[in-house]
Design a protein around this ligand. Structure first.
Ligand code: FE2
Ligand code: FE2
Length: 291
């Protein structure tokens, strides 16, 4: 069953959205050494056709110009005004029309992530990251196709690392024809820092900008780079990082297991948890925000 918000000839069923996250578990199984030789290649060979097609679209269409245009548009935040809790409920519409047996509502993935962080005794802002880290997926509800919302993120305007999953699909990316973008550093000075780097467009970058003045720096790194697997899991793109990035990426890596390994069939009691999380939201992100 395809939800009505999905548009475009070459888009994918909504289940691919969650399919991408489920697929990360295949790529990075809990407790396994994913850096083992061949593990990555086997993952790509075994990937389901919808996941392959998702990455084909993503790698063909995420160009520097595309990301710059999306930033210029969405970072005006002129679409809606909502509280964080309203945005969570809005995001939940993403799975309303699809099979409830297959898809966990988005809010439950977020609450599972947050509850696991809370159970481990982490600071309140860290718990809040768990709750909101995927809120940027509301881009889908603003009409963006999935390849422009979810999936691994990577720097644009420089050579694509071979450690980005399905690297071979970059052969269809128009930026490959631009000689300025074909070196390791591309348009960036060595060690310039990731803040200077335009990342592929998606829910991470969007949410970062929505909250960037209001959360501690480690929280912002977790939000902005949680899908940058080539860096936080594969160790790539160090030549674009500065010392601050390297320090802060320990937080990105600390967050990642909560994102990947806390999904369970166990349903969350949203109503019972709501008072705790409303208070947490009000501590850092009170009132209506511009989206
Ligand atoms: Fe995410
Ligand atoms: Fe997530």
């Amino acid at each position: 069953m395809e939800p009505s918000f999905i548009t475009g000839d070459n888009d994918l069923p909504a289940s691919t959205m969650d399919g991408w996250e489920e697929d990360l578990l295949r790529r990075y199984p809990e407790g396994a050494d994913s850096q083992q030789a061949g593990a990555f290649r086997n993952y790509e060979a075994d990937a389901r056709p919808c996941v392959r097609e998702f990455y084909r679209l993503n790698h063909h269409k995420q160009t520097l110009q595309f990301a710059r245009e999306k930033k210029a548009d969405y970072l005006q935040f002129n679409r809606r005004r909502m509280t964080v809790w309203q945005a969570l409920e809005f995001l939940n519409e993403l799975v309303d029309d699809s099979d409830p047996d297959i898809d966990l509502p988005q809010i439950e993935h977020l609450l599972q992530t947050a509850e696991a962080i809370r159970a481990d005794g982490h600071p309140r802002w860290f718990i809040l990251v768990g709750l909101i880290h995927d809120l940027g997926k509301i881009l889908c509800l603003f009409g963006e196709e999935q390849w422009a919302v979810v999936g691994d993120t990577f720097p644009l305007g420089c050579r694509f690392s071979e450690k980005v999953v399905f690297h071979e699909f970059f052969s269809g990316n128009p930026d490959r024809e631009v000689s300025e973008y074909s070196t390791a550093n591309g348009i960036y000075p060595e060690g310039c820092g990731l803040d200077q780097v335009t990342m592929s467009w998606g829910h991470d970058e969007y949410l970062y900008h929505a909250v960037k003045d209001r959360l501690p720096e480690p929280a912002l790194y977790m939000i902005r780079y949680h899908s940058f697997y080539a860096a936080h899991r594969e160790g790539e793109y160090g030549h674009l990082m500065n010392d601050r990035d390297r320090e802060m990426f320990s937080w990105v890596r600390a967050f990642n297991p909560y994102d990947l390994y806390t999904k369970s069939e166990q349903r969350m009691d949203v109503a019972a948890l709501r008072p705790f999380y409303e208070e947490l939201i009000n501590e850092y992100l009170p009132g209506e925000m511009a989206w």
